[in-house]
Design a protein around this ligand. Structure first.
Ligand code: SAH
Length: 279
């Protein structure tokens, strides 16, 4: 499984603040940071990473002018790049210090992955759409990010091989907290996952306190569906894509992609008053 191999923390360019393309769109990115600060994003490390990662490199050329607006943008296949506020909020909720091993469910185009990569030691990220994992891999490579391992598969099952994780974050909403994610959470770890009940989505944080699990509802949110064994079924995703008005086809995970792609085949939020949605 290739993908982007481990590097020692402190060795990556991230910590030195030297990203390719970082010098582009600096004014727009500074404005975005000010907007995040004006809301409830206060973690200095999160703000620093949001100020460094060139979000415009993750969107289609036609959308570059909107790259630093606080809005999700279409990345194809009925999916969106998370809006900056959502990414910053999820990262802040994880309380990262730099030594952590993180599992991310829903790589998408890799933007959130890139932000997390500068906040923790190692990121394991799973995406169920093959075309998107290829896009994410290329985007992360372009930024010379190396402490990320990607997997094409169903993230609702977690990633046993690398468990337990100090933090787990889902960028897609599930009808319940996927059990494997709770089981794969390290002691002292935090799981942040959006949950949908009766059509209402809420961001939930689960803390593993010595084997006792404390659950906290953070607030209302809006994310795209998590589709998988411990999440929504396939049919429901297709409905949700139709609702999103996308005519694009959903790519089902195929297990014969390894040869061609080099990828192991194992296989958002809106405050009522201001936008933070994934859709
Ligand atoms: N944060 C991402 C976007 C997330 S959108 C970014 O910055 O681009 C949510 C993603 O979750 C979509 O790409 C969707 O395909 C993916 N997804 C949905 N269900 C999944 C599952 N069971 N496992 C892994 N990824 C899943």
């Amino acid at each position: 499984m290739l993908i982007l191999k481990n590097v020692k923390p402190g060795n990556s360019k991230i910590q030195k603040g030297e990203y390719p393309f970082q010098k582009e769109y600096t004014v727009a990115r500074r404005k975005m940071i000010e907007e995040l600060q004006a809301r409830d994003i206060q973690d200095p490390r999160v703000l620093e990473m949001m100020g460094k990662i060139p979000r415009h490199r993750f969107v289609e050329e036609a959308l570059i002018s909107q790259a630093y607006q606080d809005t999700p943008l279409n990345i194809g296949y009925g999916q969106t790049i998370s809006q900056p506020y959502t990414v910053a909020l999820l990262a802040q909720l994880l309380h990262l210090q730099g030594h952590e091993s993180i599992l991310e469910i829903g790589t998408g185009c890799g933007y959130q992955t890139a932000i997390l990569s500068g906040l923790a030691k190692q990121i394991y990220s799973i995406e169920r759409l093959h075309s998107l994992i290829l896009k994410a891999r290329s985007n992360l490579k372009g930024l010379e990010i190396k402490n990320v391992i990607l997997k094409y598969g169903d993230g609702s099952q977690g990633w046993k091989d690398y468990a337990p994780f100090d933090a787990i974050v889902a960028a897609a909403v599930s009808p319940q907290i996927p059990k494997p994610l709770v089981e794969q959470l390290a002691e002292g770890g935090r799981l942040v996952v959006p949950i949908e009940k009766n059509g209402k989505q809420q961001l939930v944080c689960v803390l593993n306190q010595g084997g006792h699990y404390k659950q906290e509802v953070i607030e209302d949110c809006r994310f795209v569906k998590m589709v998988g064994k411990h999440a929504f079924g396939e049919k429901k995703l297709q409905t949700s894509i139709a609702e999103l008005g996308s005519g694009r086809k959903v790519f089902k995970p195929r297990t014969n992609q390894t040869k061609n792609s080099g990828i192991h085949p194992a296989l958002h939020r809106k405050r009522s008053h201001s936008p933070a949605s994934e859709n």
